[in-house]
Design a protein around this ligand. Structure first.
Ligand code: NAP
Length: 311
């Protein structure tokens, strides 16, 4: 394909970062953007990660070779339904949603015959949202997982794979159910734990709110960073990946119970064994280039680039 005309539907953290990455690599003949609110559309225009901002969804996708859906996963079905008639012959639709199976079902229910869907999920993000949060380097050296099914057009998969690589990512192909299970433990459950621990601390009566904030550097503040992630996006993740999350939570609860037992019976050996193992896992992540070993990581650099938390 020659340089494609690309439409970005949703111009928050991920949509704007895609726009910046496309511009950095000069990868598109034209980038058209659309978001629900006129404020976001205006900001996108001002920042300039798109060439043109459309006033309607239908206008945005008209003539586009590739349409990126960068919206919370619960919005995808309605968007595909509303844009279906405006898609050009052979258009490739792709997404960035954090859950894959339910998104594929939602898109396939409304996708017209003359378009192809290539599901995708860049494993890169920050806790910030909105069009100002994006930056071109977000996807550099991060994985992007594609979850096509057996009859997804191979050429379309290759086109999307090439585009993600040109935006800096490494691409992996995976079955959608497996993706949802892997992401449940690497992302969805950790976020749930962060939401929960911050909520618990806020509800404690014996410890004041000001103490929680004052002494947060003891570990709590790292949970608060994750727990500050976008509420709508995360609501939709749990509404759409409940089964895998509940399965992983059951495992988590069992392991937590054995930690409780180790503390109750003063089994220091069991505790130290686990903590040594978890430290090794951290080392492997740093060795794999998925984080740096800087102390206090995520602080002391530009705030919008703080910590590439995977979502
Ligand atoms: P975000 O910053 O909150 O941006 C969401 C965008 O979607 C906004 O531009 C919003 O427009 C737009 N939108 C919402 N509903 C819409 C609708 N009905 N029609 C048109 N536009 C609509 O969210 P994000 O972090 O970029 O996340 C977007 C997607 O990326 C989600 O599916 C998420 O699962 C996935 N993802 C997120 C991360 C992460 O770490 N954040 C990482 C990987 C993948 P308005 O501003 O006008 O409301």
């Amino acid at each position: 394909m020659d340089k494609p005309h690309i439409a970005l539907i949703g111009m928050g953290l991920i949509g704007s970062s895609i726009g910046h990455a496309l511009k950095r690599g000069d990868l598109a003949a034209q980038i058209t953007g659309y978001a629900r609110s006129s404020q976001t559309r205006q900001k996108a225009q001002n920042i300039g990660f798109v060439d043109h901002v459309a006033d309607t969804l239908q206008e945005a996708v008209t003539g586009a070779d590739i349409v990126f859906l960068n919206v919370p996963v619960g919005m995808i079905a309605d968007i595909v339904k509303d844009m279906a008639a405006s898609l050009k012959q052979g258009a490739i639709i792709t997404d960035v949603g954090s859950v894959k199976k339910s998104v594929m079902d939602a898109v396939n229910a409304h996708l017209p015959e003359h378009a192809v869907f290539v599901p995708a999920h860049p494993i890169a993000g920050t806790e910030l949202s909105g069009p100002e949060a994006g930056f071109a380097e977000l996807f550099d050296n991060r994985w992007c997982i594609l979850t096509p099914d057996a009859d997804t057009d191979k050429q379309a998969v290759a086109t999307i794979s090439d585009l993600w690589q040109a935006m800096g990512s490494d691409v992996e192909i995976m079955d959608a159910d497996h993706h949802d299970l892997v992401l449940a433990i690497t992302s969805h459950v950790p976020h749930l734990i962060a939401f929960n621990i911050v909520g618990t601390a806020a509800d404690l009566e014996a410890v004041t709110q000001s103490e929680v904030i004052k002494y947060s550097a003891g570990g709590f503040r790292d949970f608060t960073r994750i727990a500050a992630s976008d509420p709508v996006m995360w609501r939709d993740v749990f509404m759409n990946n409940g089964e895998a999350v509940l399965e992983m939570l059951a495992r988590f609860s069992e392991d937590l119970t054995s930690l409780q037992r180790a503390i109750r019976w003063k089994d220091g050996e069991a505790l130290e064994k686990l903590f040594s193992h978890t430290r090794d896992i951290r080392r492997s992540i740093v060795e794999a280039g998925q984080d740096t070993n800087d102390a206090n990581f995520g602080r002391g650099e530009s705030p919008h680039k703080s910590g590439h938390k995977s979502d």
